[in-house]
Design a protein around this ligand. Sequence first.
Ligand code: AMP
Length: 364
Amino acid sequence: MTQALTPGSAIGILGGGQLGRMLALAAARLGLEAHVYCPDPESPAFDVCARATIAPYEDEAALADFAEKVDVVTYEFENVPAHTASILAAHGLVRPGPEALATCQDRLVEKEFLELNGIATAPWARVDDAGALARAVAKIGRRSILKTRRFGYDGKGQVMLREGSDLAVTFRTLGGLPAILEAVVPFEKEVSVVAARGADGTFAPYDVCENVHDNHILKLTRAPARLDAAAAAEAVRMARVIADALDYVGVLAVEMFAVAEGERVRLLVNEIAPRVHNSGHWTLDGALTSQFEQHIRAIAGWPLGATRRHGSTVEMQNLIGDEIHAYHEILREPGACLHIYGKREARPGRKMGHVTRIAYDRDP
Ligand code: AMP
């Protein structure tokens, strides 16, 4: 039985970054109150939410109080400590559920889950110590990347192996933490499927999009991806298998490598993000329902919205660090849709905002 919220209900959001901020705005638009929980008093989501809790993720009393005040809890990042998630789950509804979190916050568990569900990934091996790294290199080869199992993002917690690099030193570079070794994939492009699964199991994918990273940070997203129809359909099928297997409720993103194999394209899943995703920001201006609204609808137990794209192509460019200072030129640009996240300081590598540009085949 689907538990549907009513307008005026409170949505608890763990994490106060730009994703939490855009979720809070979407909740407000639908007449729901966003209550953001984040340890950092400077969090951009605090500017736009109805209620706020500033407390550490380990503060059991604050978590319990927060959970009591909201009707559903969601999160904007997958590294929610397991203990935090279980305290919240004990008080009520957490969406997406704890299983999705547990699967997606550990690269080893995620790879095993994908394998079990027949979804292809890059060749990989488990690495728990320097000896295991040597064995993994013998199996996978030197063209590989060592990634910590947990807490990696935007290229953090990863190191590329080099010819002749000392494996014991490499293992220590990542703090000697449990890791996996993954073969370097000679991909043609990186694509992602952002999709929602409703509380009743309905599945609503957006167009597959293609992503360009610079220094491990997303730089550009283009929707739709330049993929043939069969490959695009296969990408969506894979995302659906994943969402169904996790009994997922909410928006998720599945990042994939597209590898050319003769005339065909082979898709390998890189990772699953159990949350709204940067490669879905184009939907704010470029689709009938944004990924943020869609996530709120899903976790509220409401019907999902249409995911149809506006225009022939939509491009989203992240504004990273100092790039945000170009806001005035972007504001002057006809048709550019600017989003500024309200972060006080433009540090290098920090996502400060984004701009969306919609192209039309002919003038509307
Ligand atoms: P990740 O943190 O796993 O999403 O990796 C960040 C980025 O590093 C990806 O989006 C790719 O651009 C690159 N990358 C990660 N793993 C691989 C791989 N196995 N082969 C090639 N590039 C990779």
